[in-house]
Design a protein around this ligand. Structure first.
Ligand SMILES: [Zn+2]
Length: 226
């Protein structure tokens, strides 16, 4: 009864379509769970996300859960995740994606899940790292540990959005650091996770730092513009 009253006063709504959620639905309604545009890239060798990195850096596997288009429900959902405090939404998406990935051979090879870190200032402002929420959900479903200590961020890259890819790369290349003392990761296979992949510059910068430690890198994102 308490739940019903709270839900009447403050209805929980679907992060993708905005409709009121039913009692058993969490974060995303059942209709959106089924209808959101999935890429199925994890079933395709040489998929469009993997191709982003060809000729740039060696990535073992790369894929994204949803197609991101301007104005689509996926964009709306990511907006809730990044700017509206919907921390649990990241976990929910991670759990859903985990259910799709769990039987793939590729998952058996992953030792750790590592989210792309946020700059500490941004983390303080937002209160959480949206990529970490996604990593937690994936970790729970795939039963693979996640780690937020290995990869850290040094400089705020907020000014990078107006620059082209070449300049962005220069800007982004200095900002990630891998924990030199943490040898447990050497020669391991890490699943690096982010919210959206566009140019791949951020992932490339992180992967370079990890590969310098002889770490194998695969990539999973919530969404891709490809
Ligand atoms: Zn919905």
């Amino acid at each position: 009864m308490f739940f019903d009253l709270i839900n009447i006063l403050f209805p929980r709504v679907c992060a993708a379509c905005g409709e009121v959620l039913l009692k058993l639905e969490q974060e995303i309604c059942l209709a959106c769970t089924v209808q959101l545009p999935k890429t199925d890239f994890h079933k395709i060798q040489g998929n469009p996300v993997a191709k982003i990195f060809w000729g740039r850096i060696e990535i073992e596997n790369a894929f994204a859960y949803y197609h991101f288009h301007k104005g689509n429900k996926v964009q709306h959902m990511l907006h809730q995740l990044k700017y509206k405090g919907a921390q649990k939404l990241g976990e929910k998406i991670g759990q859903l994606y985990g259910q799709e990935l769990i039987n793939s051979v590729f998952c058996k090879e992953i030792d750790f899940i590592v989210p792309v870190p946020l700059h500490p200032k941004k983390l303080k402002k937002r209160g959480y790292n949206q990529s970490e929420s996604f990593a937690i959900g994936l970790s729970q479903t795939l039963n693979i540990p996640f780690n937020t200590k290995l990869l850290t961020r040094a400089v705020n890259s907020e000014t990078q959005t107006k620059k082209n890819r070449f300049n962005r790369w220069e800007n982004v290349s200095e900002i990630f650091c891998a924990d030199e003392n943490n040898i447990q990761f050497n020669h391991r296979h890490i699943l690096l996770v982010d919210d959206v992949i566009t140019t791949g510059a951020t992932i490339e910068a992180c992967a370079r730092v990890l590969k310098a430690k002889q770490i194998r890198v695969s990539v999973a994102a919530i969404a891709s513009t490809q």
